[in-house]
Design a protein around this ligand. Structure first.
Ligand code: HEM
Ligand code: HEM
Length: 177
């Protein structure tokens, strides 16, 4: 019998690559912000650049990842109760939205502050909005709020994956590796 891509047991190799590459870049973006140090220091400039690079790459990979997901689908959900299935779909949707919205907010925040986004070592200026001090304030607050909230969402998602592996002993984590 022919198997459709969506019914195959594991996530496809590209889907697995996108998942873990984006995970590492998000972790790097968080790390860079945590260790950047006080304003005006070399450390601040270096880690801010790392933050912009990692965050912008998240957005670029998110676009490719979404295209791949729409093209290829995903493996069938592992049987579970309705509430858990609903919650896992909700968290996955939130994570998809996050990898688009959070980098976009960062870029918009810098643009509305009157600057292009520059990626160190690359001759490229990203400008998608004009200067707007009021908008910048709101964008900064939302970027911070979402950034802080998603520590928790990502943590819950990771804990759920580990619980599937260690407690329910099903295939959930294995098929994403
Ligand atoms: C997935 C990607 C990203 C994540 C997870 C993320 C997360 C964060 C977090 C947690 C903070 C610190 C908030 C606080 O102080 O409480 C922050 C600050 C900041 N982010 Fe991002 N960010 C991402 C992408 C970007 C991108 C692409 C840019 C711009 C190119 C950007 C620009 C900034 C700036 C300028 C700040 C400092 C705001 C300030 O202190 O004035 N971020 N980000
Ligand atoms: C920035 C961090 C992360 C993001 C943005 C993220 C995002 C996502 C998204 C959007 C999906 C749904 C994939 C799809 O159906 O197309 C997913 C699935 C999955 N993630 Fe993550 N993830 C992150 C971190 C982690 C970590 C740390 C783990 C493990 C400890 C993990 C384990 C999994 C597993 C096992 C699946 C498959 C779930 C299933 O088959 O239902 N993820 N992730």
């Amino acid at each position: 019998m022919a198997t459709f891509p969506a019914a195959s047991e594991r996530y496809s190799k590209p889907a697995i690559f996108f998942h873990w590459a984006i995970f590492l870049l998000v972790a790097l973006a968080y790390l860079a912000i945590e260790v950047r140090g006080p304003k005006g220091t070399d450390s601040r400039a270096f880690w801010s650049n790392v933050h912009f690079w990692a965050g912008t790459l998240v957005l670029a990979l998110a676009v490719l990842r979404l295209i791949w997901r729409l093209w290829q689908g995903a493996p069938h959900e592992i049987d579970s109760n309705r509430v858990l299935t609903f919650l896992s779909r909700l968290v996955h949707l939130a994570l998809y939205v996050f990898i688009f919205v959070q980098p976009l907010l960062g870029i918009l925040m810098i643009n509305t502050g009157g600057h292009p986004v520059t990626l160190a070592g690359l001759d490229l200026q990203i400008v998608i909005a004009d200067a707007d001090p009021l908008a910048r304030k709101v964008l900064k607050d939302v970027h911070e709020l979402i950034g802080n909230a998603f520590y928790w969402v990502i943590g819950i998602h990771a804990l759920a994956a580990i619980a599937h592996h260690l407690i329910f002993r099903d295939n959930t984590l294995r098929r994403m590796i």
